[in-house]
Design a protein around this ligand. Structure first.
Ligand code: GCU
Length: 363
């Protein structure tokens, strides 16, 4: 079923170089990786702004006595990025469990303006032994067409260029700055860093992990259109819908593909394949038809071609769209499909942590 469904969509080939030659091995895919990154930046998200000249991090506040009944440490950090000689800043919240040994961490790009947030079951995450670096996305750049405020004014001087970065690229850029800083913590397990986001921030997490190989786990929760779902044959939200309401998430060129999905020289499996050979986790919810769970599943399966080159399985599935409340967790990738609606719930967090636990145990 999966093979036929993918064939019927006539996706642009993942493993063909621009010059028409076939990608045959790992070395070839590493060269293809550069082409894939380029096409997605040029056509969809815009080119990632360059890294800052210097990064320093200031601790504004720390609570290590009684936070989370004494089981956690809270720090409010300010990231100072030197860009063209100017000091551009954004805040990050760090929460770590108090425990010995190396700690796996999530870089979570989140909606909330406060650490107590519906999408962040904090105590559960801490008690399972995970640390968190939370970026509240609008502290980096406003979720609007305005590019004058926050980091946006440093990261994009003009929106006139067709491949100028959109807001997704800017939020992703901030997550990469957190990654730059992690090696300075002795107790962070740098081999087990995950980037996670929900919905528009799931698209952001995917773009972050696709562009930055330092993230071992890349988690897209209900990201849908222009995230984990294939655009060809998509139900629910289309490129037209998303460019109508949120054109500024993308580069100006993306809107040229409205109604022309079948002509696009790429599709979202290009994005997901860039996560190989690391671990991709895609979560969908049964009632989230706007995101299109089926196309999220098919897209995850389509990335298997890249994993195969590394001698890996990618997503192990049963050649059928799974029924709800199913985990496809046997391979290198996870497809997590639960009942209910569009939400980043504790059920989702637990599925992702179970998967990471399993991978860590094997090492
Ligand atoms: C809108 C948008 C989606 C997006 C979602 C969200 O529904 O159309 O593409 O994922 O917002 O971020 O909550």
């Amino acid at each position: 079923m999966v093979k036929d469904a993918l064939e019927a969509l006539k996706l642009p080939p993942l493993l063909k170089f621009k010059n028409g030659k076939t990608v045959k091995d790992i070395a070839g895919f590493e060269r293809r990786r550069a082409e894939l990154k380029d096409i997605l930046q040029r056509e969809v998200y815009g080119y990632l702004p360059k890294a800052p000249e210097h990064l320093t991090v200031e601790t504004k506040e720390e609570e290590s006595e009684s936070f989370l009944a004494g089981f956690g440490i809270y720090r409010s950090l300010v990231f100072h990025c030197e860009i063209d000689g100017e000091d551009a800043t954004f805040p990050v919240t760090q929460i770590m469990p108090k425990k010995e040994g190396k700690i796996p961490v999530f870089v979570c790009i989140n909606f909330g303006t406060d650490i107590v947030h519906k999408y962040l079951p904090l105590e559960e995450i801490i008690h399972r032994g995970y640390g968190l670096f939370v970026i509240k996305y609008q502290d980096v750049a406003k979720d609007s067409a305005d590019f004058r405020f926050g980091m946006a004014k440093y990261l994009c001087k003009s929106r006139r260029a067709l491949s100028a970065p959109g807001k997704i690229a800017m939020w992703a850029w901030a997550a990469m700055r957190v990654m730059d800083y992690l090696p300075r913590f002795e107790n962070v397990d740098l081999d087990h860093v995950a980037v996670i986001g929900h919905s528009r921030l799931g698209k952001t997490a995917l773009f972050t992990g696709a562009m930055d190989e330092r993230f071992r786990y890349v988690i897209s929760n209900d990201s849908g259109c222009s995230g984990a779902a294939l655009s060809r044959g998509k139900e629910g939200e289309t490129i037209e819908n998303i460019c109508d309401r949120f054109p500024y998430w993308f580069c100006p060129r993306y809107k040229h593909y409205i109604g022309k999905e079948h002509e696009m020289p790429f599709d979202q499996h290009f994005l997901l394949s860039l996560i190989a050979p690391r671990h991709l986790m895609v979560g969908s919810a049964e009632n989230d038809l706007w995101a299109d769970p089926r196309n999220e599943f098919l897209c995850t399966a389509a990335a298997n071609e890249a994993y195969a080159l590394y001698g890996m399985h990618g997503l192990v599935h049963h050649d059928a769209f799974p029924s709800p409340d199913t985990e496809l967790a046997e391979g290198d990738c996870l497809y997590h499909y639960r009942r209910g609606g569009h939400y980043l719930s504790r059920l989702d967090w637990n599925a992702y942590m179970d998967f990471i636990d399993k991978k860590r145990e094997k090492e």
